[in-house]
Design a protein around this ligand. Structure first.
Ligand SMILES: Cc1ncc(COP(=O)(O)OP(=O)(O)O)c(N)n1
Ligand SMILES: Cc1nc(C(=O)O)sc1CCOP(=O)(O)O
Ligand SMILES: [Mg+2]
Length: 506
């Protein structure tokens, strides 16, 4: 069943922003949308002629109807026309938060100023917002002007953006996304910022030049809301919303004499619409003056593999490396996790030699220094390892590099390094490793694979067994990686034959 998302916002008679944009954006991400309309604006592509706020009774009757029968996973709030509406909505939200079995996530787009420049709310709303609404908000998505109006911070650079986000959190907001569509810094680029749970995320891409951008703010917040309802973590919702806007700006058309609306074109599927994850040491990171640690090393472009990896066995001993290679598994990873493993170096050496003997690809998990020392075919690293491993040394030694990813943000971060392959996990729950909160499922895998398949060999891992392998392979992923499906099989030789057949390898 589709997830339910409400939008509490104004109607745009011109069809480009407000609830009209919200419904289209939410539909693109596959959620069911309910609406509570706060105002019937009379506007077209040139101007907002009238606001026409609905009465408190009319607004409340919509909320009462929805809360009685169609409880939302996420509620997106757009234009609230006056302080009475703000107070009314805040009272209802507070009840939902305290009384519903599954309290809704609140996403607030503080629509102060339409892109045409018209002020959409009354003067006294600012105090009411700060007093009643912001303490209930989980994610706020202001643009530059709205951020400045709410915080008094003028966004002249990254530190000012951080400072504004801190001020918004002081009002009680949990997570902050500040959209950089208007700050043109660095020149010609559009940089966006997200702060959530102590982590910050920066995304950037070249600014897309079009006058037809009406409704981008509403659509961005609605995309975030829909993605959160779909179970994406905020950093992935942030990326997807940004890709959705980029896609819509590129395809936007003129309707009327003024600014046309953002185009709504479904889930973003083209990698060129996705932003770059900005990291210290990258060009954009330098432009934004991100601190770079002394031992910082960055390398992009690792030795290619040249074909898909096929059935991929991830095992914890040399004995299993040999058993798998001997049965014709072409890609094997030695994954030894005990820090005090007495024969670690010897085992890595043996695994590398076995790979050469059986002409298989043997990757070593984590231990990149020993991998370089003994000339491994490749190493497999996790996201945290990207910060600490000597990537330059791995690249210069000609080792292949595989990188784990768990979601869109990590996938795009890994893409900065142009590794030799990308792994997506965990597709299903697994007992081999604690992956709680990081289960992707087939629907998300179906989105990851087409974005990356042209650039890298792709691998799916986590909870895959013989019964699930065919559906995983049907996503187009190039390789299925398993631990227990081989090492805990009653007959591992038969399991290898069956898994290869189930994934179309033989
Ligand atoms: C093929 C493949 N994919 C993902 C992983 C997980 O690697 P990582 O995130 O580094 O976690 P650990 O395996 O070190 O626990 C993997 N090993 N192999
Ligand atoms: C080692 C590992 N990495 C994962 C990831 O998602 O990064 S899932 C995983 C365990 C896979 O084991 P099994 O096939 O037994 O479920
Ligand atoms: Mg690792």
């Amino acid at each position: 069943m589709a997830e339910l998302v409400w939008t509490i916002a104004g109607s745009d008679s011109g069809g480009g922003a407000g609830v009209q944009a919200d419904v289209k954006a939410m539909h693109s991400f596959g959620v069911q949308t309910c609406t509570a309309i706060t105002a019937l604006t009379a506007q077209n592509s040139l101007a907002v002629e009238e606001i026409n706020a609905v009465s408190s009774e009319v607004l409340e009757s919509q909320l009462l109807a929805l809360e009685a029968d169609l409880k939302a996973a996420v509620i997106k709030i757009g234009m609230l026309a006056n302080s009475t509406q703000i107070q009314l909505v805040a009272e209802h939200l507070a009840q939902y938060k305290s009384r519903w079995d599954n309290p809704p996530v609140i996403v607030f787009d503080p629509v102060a100023i339409a892109s045409s420049g018209d002020v959409l709310t009354e003067e006294d709303t600012l105090d009411a917002l700060k007093k009643y609404l912001l303490p209930l908000v989980d994610v706020i998505t202001p643009n530059t002007q709205e951020t400045q109006v709410l915080t008094g911070v003028y966004l002249i650079g990254p530190d000012a953006v951080r400072e504004a986000a801190r001020k918004l959190r002081e009002f009680g907001v949990k997570s902050v996304i500040i959209k950089g569509g208007h700050w043109d810094y660095p020149s010609g680029y559009c940089i966006d910022y997200c702060w959530s749970e102590g982590e910050e995320y920066w995304l950037g891409n070249e600014a897309i030049q079009t006058p037809h951008s009406h409704g981008t703010g509403c659509s961005f917040a609605s995309s975030v809301a829909a993605c959160l309802a779909k179970g994406y973590p905020i950093k992935d919702a942030f990326i997807l919303a940004k890709a959705y806007i980029n896609q819509g700006l590129k395809l936007a058309q003129r309707f009327g004499e003024g600014r046309g609306p953002l185009a709504h074109c479904g889930f973003p599927e083209n990698i060129s619409d996705f932003p770059q994850v900005i990291e210290p040491g990258s060009w954009l990171g330098d432009e934004l003056e991100f601190a770079v640690s002394e031992e910082f090393n960055f390398a992009a472009g690792f030795a290619p593999i040249g074909e898909e990896l096929g059935l991929y066995a991830v095992v914890d001993s040399v004995d299993w490396v040999e058993k798998c290679l001997a049965e014709g598994v072409k890609t094997v990873q030695l994954r030894i996790k005990q820090a005090d493993h007495a024969t670690l170096e010897e085992d890595i050496q043996c695994a590398i030699t076995l790979g050469e003997k059986y002409q298989g690809r043997v990757f070593i998990n984590d231990h990149w220094e020993l991998s370089i020392r003994h000339g491994a075919y490749g190493v497999h690293l996790g996201q945290e390892d990207l910060d600490s491993a000597n990537l330059v040394a791995i690249q210069q030694a000609g080792l292949r590099l595989g990188v784990s990813t768990h979601g869109f943000y990590e996938m795009l971060r890994a893409h900065n390094y142009r590794p030799s392959y990308l792994a997506f996990g965990a597709i299903y729950p697994t007992t081999t490793k604690d992956m709680s909160g990081q289960i992707q499922g087939l629907e998300k895998l179906r989105h990851f694979v087409p974005l990356m398949r042209e650039t890298y060999p792709t691998v799916a891992i986590g909870g895959i067994d013989l019964t699930r392998a065919p559906q995983v392979a049907a996503t187009g992923v190039g390789s299925v990686a398993v631990v227990r499906a081989i090492t805990e099989a009653a007959d591992y030789k038969q399991a290898i034959i069956d898994l290869k057949r189930a994934t179309g390898e033989s």
